[in-house]
Write a protein that binds this ligand. Structure first.
Ligand code: MLT
Ligand code: ZN
Length: 478
């Protein structure tokens, strides 16, 4: 699609409003404004109208109109993208499409472990509905109170239980998608087995709305564990954390659902900026892990089993101190120490974010090499690397030194990014483990992705969206 050249003609806006009907759009500047900026305020665009269709048929009609008029569509869920993936570009010619009026649970089948819901459903509401039916929807992440099903599918969200349950690709059984020409692709089944040709639904998961609009999905549910055991442990270093991970997986298998690593500096930021948080352990320790188990046995037996494994880890020198949550409130308090890190880091001042993954066993080597690179590029800056060690996925973030205004860190942003991503490439890792490409990493994808893979991505984009109307400029340059 060509670059935007000016606002849409008034007659087109009239047609769109008639098509969407009363309550089906927002066009006042104040109403549009929240949709025109991303969560991190990195991008500011313009949209003449936010479309709020209330059915798949209406989405299809809208997309057909947009295809006929070569008008771009930017699907937006809860608008918490870290990469500007759901923000329109400047120029006022791209419609934002929000499915927030499509929030019905169409079917819930506890016995079949499946739930079919519309893309505008908020994740927390879906978790609650599954729980009320005695089932578990395991996707859990910081923005669950606002992110939508369409958003978490389009970004292949992961969260903190990937170790046990996988990312969205593993949780989607079927999809309904409006294609860029307005046809509806109906793959909304709950089949565990289906080898009839290509698995088309996987194309749209993680595509960031560039290949079509996800309007509904059938989700895989799981049995709810009978007991949950949560522990916060101090570990001497990332290598010890890795040894602990192997031990816990060996002892607990799939019952281990969370294994998160955080350094002392991250805990200190949380304790400083998040009211009500407290030191979980005595003394100062260099690294910590938050681990959680979901077991299918009574509470007392589950705790006993976990305690025995942790005792063996202490004896082996993998853990120097540990606390187990005894109540739900204590569990929440331990989780806050991990989940509030992004907030605390924002409050601390200027920081650079990298969302990387390498093979799990290479994490310690990666952290050591990355730390050395950052120390030489920006002396005094603080490495705040934390995240999902169990998945080999880290937020390799850097904060300015305490009391520093962050000017030198900002000035070094490109150099630091190149050093970190260069290291990732040497480890054959990922420069976007969780947060996607959006607008932020389009050039990085071109730089680091295998040329053959990039060419196939472009072929797919051209085949499905030859007019380039679906979320242009995201993932691939348009
Ligand atoms: C997290 O793991 O906390 C999220 O991916 C958010 C972040 O890193 O900022
Ligand atoms: Zn994360």
């Amino acid at each position: 699609m060509n670059d935007p050249v000016g606002p849409l003609p008034a007659s087109w806006l009239g047609e769109l409003k008639a098509l969407l009907g009363p309550g089906g759009y927002l066009d006042a500047a104040a109403d549009r404004a929240p949709f025109e900026t991303d969560f991190r305020a990195l991008y500011h665009g313009d949209t003449p109208l936010v479309a709020l269709p209330d059915s798949t048929a209406r989405v299809a009609e809208l997309v057909r109109w947009c295809a006929a008029h070569r008008v771009a569509i930017v699907p937006q869920g809860g608008n918490t993208s870290y990469c500007g993936g759901a923000t329109p570009r400047p120029g006022g010619r791209e419609l934002v499409l929000s499915l927030r009026r499509m929030h019905r649970i169409r079917a819930l089948d506890p016995a079949g472990d499946a739930m079919t819901a519309e893309a505008g459903c908020v994740l927390a509401g879906l978790q609650e509905a599954a729980a009320a039916a005695g089932r578990l929807l395991p996707l859990s992440l910081g923005s669950e109170g606002s992110c939508t099903l369409g958003g978490v599918i389009s970004t292949n969200a992961g969260g903190t239980a990937v170790l046990r349950y996988g990312m969205m690709r593993a949780l989607v059984l079927g999809l309904e998608v409006v294609l860029p020409d307005g046809r509806v692709l109906d793959q909304l089944t709950a089949l565990a087995k289906d080898n009839t040709g290509y698995d088309l639904k996987q194309l749209f998961i993680g595509a960031e709305g560039t290949l079509g609009v996800v309007t509904a999905a059938c989700l895989r549910l799981h049995p709810r564990p009978q007991s949950t055991v949560t522990a916060f442990a101090a570990v001497p270093d990332p290598a010890a954390a890795l040894a602990l991970l192997a031990r816990l997986r060996g002892a607990a298998g799939h019952a281990l659902s969370t294994f998160e690593l955080l350094p002392r500096v991250a805990l200190e930021l949380v304790l400083r900026h998040v009211p009500g948080t407290r030191e979980p352990l005595a003394g100062v320790q260099p690294w910590y892990v938050l681990v959680e188990f979901g077991l299918h046995e009574p509470e007392a037996a589950a705790r006993e089993r976990v305690e025995a494994t942790l005792a063996a880890a202490i004896a082996a020198g993998e853990i120097s101190d540990v606390v187990l949550a005894a109540t739900l409130a204590q569990r929440d308090a331990l989780w806050r120490l991990r989940e509030e890190i992004p907030f605390a880091q924002r409050r601390e001042g200027v920081s650079l974010k990298h969302d990387i993954a390498v093979a799990v066993q290479r994490v310690p080597e990666f952290i050591a090499a990355g730390a050395a690179a950052i120390a030489s590029l920006v002396p005094g800056a603080r490495l705040v690397t934390y995240g999902h060690l169990g998945d080999g996925s880290l937020h390799f973030n850097v904060s300015a030194g305490a009391g520093d205004d962050g000017a030198s860190l900002r000035a070094a942003e490109n150099t630091v990014r190149q050093a970190v991503h260069g290291l990732v490439a040497r480890c054959r890792g990922s420069i976007s483990a969780e947060h996607g490409i959006g607008q932020l990493k389009v050039a990085e994808l071109e730089r680091y992705e295998d040329p053959v893979a990039l060419a196939v991505m472009r072929d797919l984009k051209r085949a499905l969206d030859p007019l380039g109307i679906m979320n242009p400029g995201k993932v691939l340059a348009s």
